[in-house]
Design a protein around this ligand. Structure first.
Ligand code: ADP
Ligand code: ZN
Length: 524
């Protein structure tokens, strides 16, 4: 048996595996089922392509889009991998030839649609072949909790029933824990090895911006990023065409794309985009799956998507080559109503109990992401069950706050902590003095220089701490009595600051140096 590394070199020209690839392949070779949830660009395809190359068996790949399968097969064949796709658009003699090749064991990869693979006749054919692995791509499509439910995926459970000894790998780029469990259950995976990769896409910069004046903002962005490739997502087909036309008039090389445009037009737009003959595509979410363009430099959401899965998947199309890319979302409060209407419409096709409330919950999560005053990357990753602590991430709009504002969580937490440690109630000046480590008469007289919180805020001046406290009081994070000598006390919201549940935005007091702004001069 050829070694994994030899196959990796010979067919792909790579010398090392990406994270998880080798372990996943070894599990497959030991006939264990696998669930792989790994971000776009993480190298999932290799995991099911290499096993048959080293064993001489056959991987049956189930993939939802015919165009996607065709592209994959074409590029595999150029790499010298015997791969083929079977679909209804194939002429009869090609089908006959392919079947003969399959029976003779000359092929390593067979790509089919989910509808095709479960046909009785096809299953009978499969029984005669040396199938060594089933690979279910875009496996989240099996779950109605996911963002792209495809009923035909449900029938795939028959594969494990008919071929219990053939291992199966389920792959997807985005699946929240609920969907992961659904995939395992629906496909009948047996004690699968589970690989959940990090979703953190370090090279993507996330920005949410006010939708007011979206078009001028958009045009401004496109003009200051000339000849860079990007996708602009819309929720309405009509808008893709309207905005594309306006942009064309404004000199941008752009085309629209949505499901109602003729097939040959859509293919042409894809090709123009991939060949860099246009820079921008104004699209609905119909555009993107299977577009393997590595240098998409920006994804703009002109309308807010309905959930974070869709957002993650669509923004995930930017920067597959690892270079810095922008993800910009235009947000307005009105987006909620629009999305709710869509969800109502959707419910007609989804009578399942709980569908509506789940969709609304996901929508609320999406809105929370737009409205958060905390790191967007952390928010997004937490949604997918991942802990991310490198905040500020230096690549989201919140972590790179504009000059007037700073992220006030740490500052507020220090103030709250100081107040709770002080024996007794004190006013702003005294608290600021303790934080800034001032050995003033009042502080020394009470022995507060010996408290652990003394000088715990040495990074800011006395005056700056006073300014922060005034802002917190104004915003209801602290209470101040109305006596002659007002004292500051904690309330519910101050405690929420300590638990980290509350985002705090503070304006930058005079004389404060900008912090966390490492990425402002992004080199082109
Ligand atoms: P996914 O299906 O997870 O989106 P792909 O399988 O399309 O990812 O792989 C993404 C890119 O990474 C492809 O260009 C692929 O050739 C490349 N790649 C895969 N494995 C390796 C590897 N071991 N070393 C370097 N590049 C790799
Ligand atoms: Zn951030």
């Amino acid at each position: 048996m050829e070694s994994l590394h030899t196959a990796l070199e010979r067919y792909y020209g790579y010398s090392t595996f990406l994270p998880y690839q080798e372990e996943i392949i070894n599990n497959i070779l030991e006939k264990r089922d696998v669930l792989a949830v790994i971000a776009t660009g993480g190298g999932k395809s290799l995991c099911y392509q290499i096993p048959p190359l080293v064993t001489g068996g056959l991987t049956v790949v189930i993939s939802p889009l015919i165009s996607l399968m065709k592209d994959q097969v074409d590029s595999l064949v150029t790499q010298g991998v015997p791969a083929v796709t079977l679909n209804s658009s194939l002429p009869y003699d090609a089908v006959v030839r392919t079947l003969a090749d399959l029976e003779a064991g000359r092929l390593r990869l067979l790509y089919v649609s989910p509808e095709k693979v479960v046909q009785t006749r096809f299953l009978t054919t499969l029984r005669k072949l040396n199938v060594t692995l089933f690979a279910v791509d875009e496996a989240h499509c099996i779950s109605e909790w996911g963002h792209d439910f495809r009923p035909e995926y449900r029938q795939l459970r028959i594969l494990k029933e008919m071929f219990p000894d053939v291992p199966m790998i389920a792959l997807t780029a985005t699946a929240v824990p609920e969907v992961q469990q659904d995939i395992q259950r629906q496909l009948n995976l047996i004690n699968p090895a589970i690989y959940i990769g990090s979703f953190n896409r370090k090279n993507l910069q996330y920005t949410v911006t006010d939708k007011k004046g979206a078009y001028p903002q958009l045009l401004d962005y496109l003009r200051s990023n000339p000849s860079r490739s990007g996708i602009i997502y819309f929720s309405s087909k009509k808008r893709t065409e309207e905005v594309a036309q306006k942009l064309q008039e404004d000199g941008i090389r752009v085309q629209p794309y949505h499901a109602d445009l003729p097939g040959n037009f859509r293919n042409r737009v894809q090709e123009l985009f991939i060949r860099d003959e246009i820079d921008v595509v104004c699209a609905t979410n119909a555009f993107g799956m299977g577009i393997d363009k590595p240098d998409v430099r920006f994804v703009i959401h002109y309308d807010m998507p309905r959930n974070l899965e869709a957002y993650a998947q669509e923004t995930g199309r930017a920067g597959r080559d690892g270079e810095e890319s922008d993800c910009i979302l235009f947000y307005s409060r009105g987006d909620r109503q629009r999305c709710l209407r869509f969800i109502e419409g959707d419910c007609l096709n989804h009578p399942e109990p709980g569908y509506h409330s789940l969709a609304v919950r996901k929508l609320n999560d999406m809105i929370a992401f737009c409205e958060t005053t905390r790191c967007r990357r952390q928010h997004l990753l937490r949604y997918f069950g991942e802990t991310f602590t490198e905040v500020p991430c230096r690549a989201c709009d919140v972590c790179m706050l504009p000059d007037e504002f700073i992220d006030g969580r740490e500052i507020a937490a220090k103030i709250v902590n100081c107040i709770s440690q002080l024996p007794g109630k004190f006013g702003i000046t005294h608290i600021a003095g303790v934080l800034a480590g001032s050995r003033s008469k009042n502080v020394l007289a009470r022995g507060h220089q010996d408290l652990s919180v003394f000088n715990s805020g040495s990074e800011y001046s006395n005056e700056q701490w006073r300014s922060f406290m005034r802002q917190l009081i104004a915003n209801g994070y602290l209470d101040q009595s109305s006596d002659q000598y007002p004292v500051v006390t904690l309330n519910e919201r101050s405690r929420a600051i300590l638990s980290g549940d509350e985002g705090v935005r503070l304006s930058r007091p005079n004389g404060l140096q900008a912090r966390n702004r490492g990425k402002t001069d992004r080199s082109e």
